[in-house]
Design a protein around this ligand. Structure first.
Ligand SMILES: NC(=O)c1ccc[n+]([C@@H]2O[C@H](COP(=O)([O-])OP(=O)(O)OC[C@H]3O[C@@H](n4cnc5c(N)ncnc54)[C@H](OP(=O)(O)O)[C@@H]3O)[C@@H](O)[C@H]2O)c1
Length: 261
């Protein structure tokens, strides 16, 4: 199977890297395009073919990931519409509906909301199918996305919420990790050790939640009465950090809605 990636910036590159790393795709099966020479160079370093001709890319592939910015989707579809029949287009663009793509192409369409953690095989993603996508297409999407993390099929109406939660989500955790690191440095740790402790703590906490399926028991296990953690949690509660996080997700989802087409 030949798989193409149109647009290989932050997200497209992370998908290519992750899918090659998981073994779901082989370098010889992949072809990628971008407008930026440096980006094509780093793709070739992964052993894959590159092009600047999106039409040729689509012609040579059965499956094509659209990984350009939302406002570039329409012009890309104009370029490739004539060669799109019989292909599966998988769009990652925030706010761009399957209907929008279906109206401008003859391809079968799916829409996914990934995040950049696909690069290390730890992606949280969701997908929705367009009207002509088949059960085989679903199987393929589940296999590819499932090889680099967890994935859920969802009603397309929920895509903006997913965008605000897990699409943008890595950035929230980076902010949290950075704050933990800076606190560690203020308390005398080296910057490098503080960063690794913070990141591993985030990773370990996430792994435990995935295993247990809820956070309440785990929180109780760490927050013993009169212990140390409870003092830290009190500060986060006083400052209403949980409310701020909910507001952040809602604002990101709202922005996705504003981009909607
Ligand atoms: N970044 C994330 O964490 C994330 C998470 C979930 C979903 N997404 C979605 O992923 C998509 C890409 O986001 P991104 O952050 O990866 O953006 P990005 O870093 O700007 O990557 C997009 C790349 O596509 C190139 N491009 C533009 N027009 C093209 C064309 N006609 N043919 C080939 N390549 C073209 C761009 O080149 P120029 O810069 O020269 O235009 C750029 O290198 C967006 O639709 C976004 O909604 C991103």
């Amino acid at each position: 199977m030949r798989v193409g990636f149109i647009g290989c910036g932050n997200l497209g590159f992370s998908l290519v890297r992750g899918l090659l790393g998981s073994g779901a795709l082989k370098a010889g099966e992949v072809i990628a395009s971008d407008l930026i020479g440096e980006r094509l160079k780093r793709l070739r370093k992964l052993g894959i073919k590159t092009t600047i001709d999106n039409k040729k890319l689509v012609e040579s592939c059965e499956v094509v990931f659209l990984a350009v910015k939302p406002d570039a989707v329409e012009s890309v579809l104009k370029e490739v519409e004539g060669v799109s029949k019989g292909k599966l287009f998988i769009s990652v663009a925030a706010g761009v509906s399957t209907k929008f793509i279906e109206a401008r192409t003859r391809a079968r369409v799916a829409r996914i909301m990934p995040n950049i953690c696909g690069a290390v095989g730890e992606m949280a993603s969701c997908f929705s199918l367009g009207k002509d996508a088949t059960s085989q297409d679903q199987k393929l999407i589940k296999r590819l996305l499932g090889s680099i993390g967890i994935t859920f099929k969802i009603d397309e109406k929920l895509m903006d919420a997913i965008t605000g939660l897990s699409g943008s989500g890595p950035a929230y955790f980076y902010l949290f990790i950075r704050a933990l690191q800076e606190a560690g440095v203020q308390l005398g740790l080296s910057s490098e050790v503080a960063l690794k402790l913070a990141a591993q703590t985030a990773k370990g906490a996430g792994e435990m939640v995935l295993k247990m399926g809820a956070t309440e028991d785990l929180t109780r296990q760490v927050c013993t009465p009169k212990g140390t953690t409870i003092e830290g949690i009190k500060v986060l509660e006083d400052r209403k950090v949980a409310d701020a996080i909910k507001e952040a997700v809602k604002m990101a989802a709202k922005r996705a809605r504003e981009l909607s087409r």
